[in-house]
Design a protein around this ligand. Structure first.
Ligand SMILES: [Zn+2]
Length: 363
């Protein structure tokens, strides 16, 4: 490519407010005005390149619509106010073979790839990304940016990357909180997952419900463990517990000590002593599990006065170790539920089609 051509296309993405069209094809017959008025960027493109790349553009530009070529010889201009300029620049670069506009893997960001995939979904043109998808996704997977997990999950969905999707699904289940309206939100900034889905329509329809179901299973399990430990010590001699002691050495003093410690700790977890209903818990599964772990590990254990070497310290009466094993097994079960959900047709049916379009096997 000559110096002039390099200058024409530029090595960076178009600047906002530039009224000169960015020429992707000198002989282009169509002007695309992308973005809103204050940040609009215009591209001179070949309408046939768009037609070949996307059935949606084909219908839009060559069908009986307002966007089709004017019959009076005036300029053919199509406005795309909702499209992201940077993402569309990359897509137009690909379909016009202007690869200077296509970022290498190390330049790809979560936001840019997400916006590109939103456009791919809108215009049904995932297949044109075929050569770039493996290196882009490999780079994005290597980024350690927990705040972008939701967007990464949609990227995995649109790329049909089932394993990556499962892993991110699990992260969201464990990390999601619930706000005052009962909506799933990100810890910290309160970002609503529902807003993202409404905005882009990427992801399966049942995603939020499925996240909520697994999250409630985990919260219910954790709270259940806590409640059982309390109830065992509250009603040692009732028929409910068959008169069993929680203490391995049948000591009431030991049970009372552990019970007091659990109550003190659970008062810090929720205002109520031990909520039975998982829907009352707004914090994330990760937070709840950490708080329960800390509560159990912080319990004092019973140390009776040693009399002639016959008494035993009640270290094993602390539920901390049992809780740790329980929480581990609970997470394995949750992950198994997630894998089953993602393997189902309503998830993997679409992802398998995307893999086929993109021509890759990421499994
Ligand atoms: Zn004991």
């Amino acid at each position: 490519m000559s110096a002039d051509e390099t200058s024409k296309y530029g090595t960076t993405l178009p600047l906002n407010g530039d009224h000169n069209p960015h020429v992707l094809d000198d002989d282009g017959d169509l002007l695309l005005a992308v973005g809103t008025a204050s940040e609009q960027t215009t591209f001179k493109v070949d309408a046939s390149a768009l037609r070949r790349a996307s059935p949606v553009w084909k219908a839009m530009l060559f069908g009986p619509w307002a966007e089709s070529k004017p019959m009076d010889g005036s300029k053919w201009v199509v406005e795309l106010p909702e499209d992201d300029v940077q993402a569309l620049t990359v897509m137009l670069g690909i379909i016009h073979n202007v690869y200077e506009l296509v970022p290498g893997p190390d330049k790809m960001t979560v936001d840019l790839l997400w916006n590109i995939l939103v456009l791919c979904d809108k215009y049904d043109m995932a297949r044109v990304l075929k050569p770039w998808v493996p290196s882009w996704s490999q780079h994005i997977k290597s980024l350690k940016e927990p705040d972008t997990n939701e967007k990464m999950m949609f990227i995995a969905w649109e790329l049909g990357d089932q394993c990556w999707f499962e892993s991110l699904f699990g992260s969201l289940v464990l990390g999601a909180c619930v706000n005052g309206k009962g909506h799933l939100v990100r810890l910290g900034d309160g970002f609503s997952f529902g807003d993202l889905i409404t905005l882009t329509h990427l992801g399966p329809d049942s995603l939020l419900d499925d996240i909520t179901t697994i999250r409630q299973f985990l919260i219910t399990s954790l709270i259940g463990f806590l409640n059982t430990e309390v109830e065992l010590r509250l009603s040692e001699t009732t028929s409910e517990t068959n008169g069993q002691h929680a203490c391995l050495h049948k000591s009431r003093a030991c049970d009372d000590l552990v019970l007091g410690g659990i109550i003190r700790a659970t008062l810090n977890i929720q205002s109520t002593m031990h909520p039975k209903d998982a829907t009352h818990i707004k914090m994330s599964v990760d937070c709840l599990q950490s708080m329960c772990s800390a509560a159990f590990e912080g319990l004092s254990t019973y140390h009776p006065h040693i009399r002639r070497g016959s008494s035993i310290a009640h270290f094993d009466c602390n539920p901390a170790k049992r809780f740790s094993k329980f929480a581990y097994e609970m997470r394995i079960e949750a992950m198994s539920k997630i894998i089953d959900i993602v393997k189902s047709d309503r998830y993997n049916g679409r992802m398998a089609k995307q893999r086929e379009k993109l021509g890759w096997n990421c499994l």
